[in-house]
Design a protein around this ligand. Structure first.
Ligand code: SAH
Ligand code: SF4
Ligand code: F3S
Length: 440
């Protein structure tokens, strides 16, 4: 009988894509996917450590797997991802979660066949979180979405924002070779994918470490020459690294989507300095103005942290001011979460949960109002949507995105799934648009 696997993924798109790569490896070994825990012979938790609640969720779920393992002694439980790059988390797993059989790191995905063999042979717990400078150029994946695909272009981060654990979990920046990225995109185009999203903690750093060095804009332009790929997206960009060159590429290359995610984190000059973000509120706003001036109607999205140590009412008002000025199309707001090992974790003046919650709600309400106002402009307008998903909650509906990254829902029509088509917008809320396909 074929063995079954289940991967539970936490965290960002990078982890989602790592899970797609793991699926490919496991299915090559003969495993079949299942979404039922009781059926699985192998359960993998791909973890995130960016905020404390991400860690806690994993510990909660892992605890409940213990009973499953007692019932099925042959079940293999593995845990990987960013949490496992941190010694403290590995120690907790080692001491308190003895039913976990295999632990591996973010750079050891291609070792899965070997780890499984070794475990099956010895039946002893394996911990493989080896540091390696080699980057995985082998990136085969079974993708969840058959229209839009994620592609890693650069790993790691050199920025060391004072609150952030990512540089400790994903290591230093290292770019994949241009050749292997282009090969992968070509293959995706041949397989019928229409859209790709280039992934990196800071995509603007792409190519600086390659020999000969190259730029992110250059990569975008080369990818756009591949026939079949109709849309190119990318996340994330660090505001300090947005170059005129990149603004020009977004503006002039029709395949590059007119949307950009530019995390501000805070509007306060003082807090930004403490965060080690390397830009001021004014410099950020200047860049935004330039982008808006050059690229008509560009959609701008952001990440914001509230309650960073020492954040005063005035600092918070500065953040609110940026929101009012930029009028983001979407903003992900996070309560600051203390990450052991980062600089901010030992700063004085940690902010109380109460103040964080209060400020969080004020920002959220404001952001939702602005998004509603932005989306209202789409009413009775025609937009081009690439449909890539049947709704999970209502099988009669499907959804896709505009090149400005607006989510659009329409009635399910199989003829248009996987294609770009025109839609007349009839309804909207803060998060999405709804409309009707214009049949031509
Ligand atoms: N490299 C990306 C961000 C990756 S982490 C970038 O710089 O754009 C995604 C988001 O999580 C960050 O933008 C930040 O807003 C949030 N984040 C990171 N560390 C956090 C922490 N300790 N507490 C709360 N939010 C945090
Ligand atoms: Fe974290 Fe800053 Fe790097 Fe983004 S740029 S991953 S927030 S350290
Ligand atoms: Fe989380 Fe790692 Fe992504 S910490 S946000 S899964 S890079």
């Amino acid at each position: 009988m074929e063995k079954k696997y289940l991967i539970k993924t936490y965290g960002c798109q990078m982890n989602e894509h790592d899970s797609e790569r793991m699926s490919y490896i496991l299915e090559s070994l003969g495993y079949q996917s299942t979404d039922k825990l009781e059926e699985a012979d192998l359960i993998i938790y791909n973890t995130c450590s960016v905020r404390e609640n991400a860690d806690n969720k994993v510990y909660g779920h892992l605890g409940s797997l213990k009973k499953l393992k007692e019932k099925n002694k042959d079940l293999i439980i593995a845990i990987c991802g960013c949490m496992m790059e941190l010694k403290e988390a590995r120690d907790i797993i080692r001491d308190k979660y003895k039913h976990v059989d295999i632990v591996f790191g973010t750079k050891n995905i291609n070792s899965i066949p070997y780890l499984l063999d070794q475990y099956n042979y010895s039946k002893e717990r394996i911990i493989d979180v080896e540091e390696t400078d080699d980057i995985d150029e082998i990136q085969d994946a079974i993708r969840k979405n058959q229209t839009s695909a994620y592609i890693n272009i650069i790993y790691g981060c050199n920025n060391f924002c004072s609150y952030c654990i990512v540089p400790y979990t994903r290591g230093r920046e290292s770019s994949r070779s241009e050749e292997s990225i282009l090969k992968e995109v070509k293959k995706l185009a041949d397989d019928g994918f229409k859209e790709i999203t280039l992934l990196g903690q800071n995509v603007n750093s792409y190519g600086k470490d390659l020999h000969p060095c190259t730029t992110f804009s250059d990569l975008l332009n080369k990818i756009s020459l591949i026939e079949g790929i109709e849309r190119i997206r990318f996340i994330s960009s660090h505001p300090k690294d947005i170059s005129d060159d990149l603004i020009f590429t977004i503006k002039s290359n029709p395949k590059v989507c007119k949307c950009i995610h530019l995390p501000i984190q805070s509007g306060s000059k003082r807090i930004l300095k403490e965060m080690n973000r390397k830009y001021t509120k004014d410099e950020y706003l200047e860049k935004i103005n330039k982008i808006k001036k050059e690229i008509l109607d560009i959609a701008i999205t952001t990440d914001i942290i509230i309650g960073f140590p020492g954040e005063s009412e005035d600092d918070f008002l500065d953040t609110l001011d940026v929101i009012n000025k930029v009028k983001y199309d979407q903003a992900f707001i996070f309560k600051y979460s203390k990450r052991t090992g980062t600089k901010a974790a030992i700063m004085d003046n940690q902010i109380s949960e109460e103040v964080k919650s209060e400020r969080f709600q004020i920002l959220l309400d404001r952001v939702n109002d602005i998004c509603l106002e932005n989306n209202s402009k789409y009413l009775n307008r025609e937009v081009k949507v690439l449909f890539d998903e049947i709704s999970k909650t209502d099988k009669n509906m499907m959804s896709g995105r505009t090149d400005r990254n607006k989510i659009v829902h329409v009635k399910y029509n199989k003829d248009y799934l996987g294609k770009i088509c025109s839609v007349m917008i009839k309804e909207f809320n803060s998060f999405a648009l709804e409309g009707e396909i214009i049949e031509r």
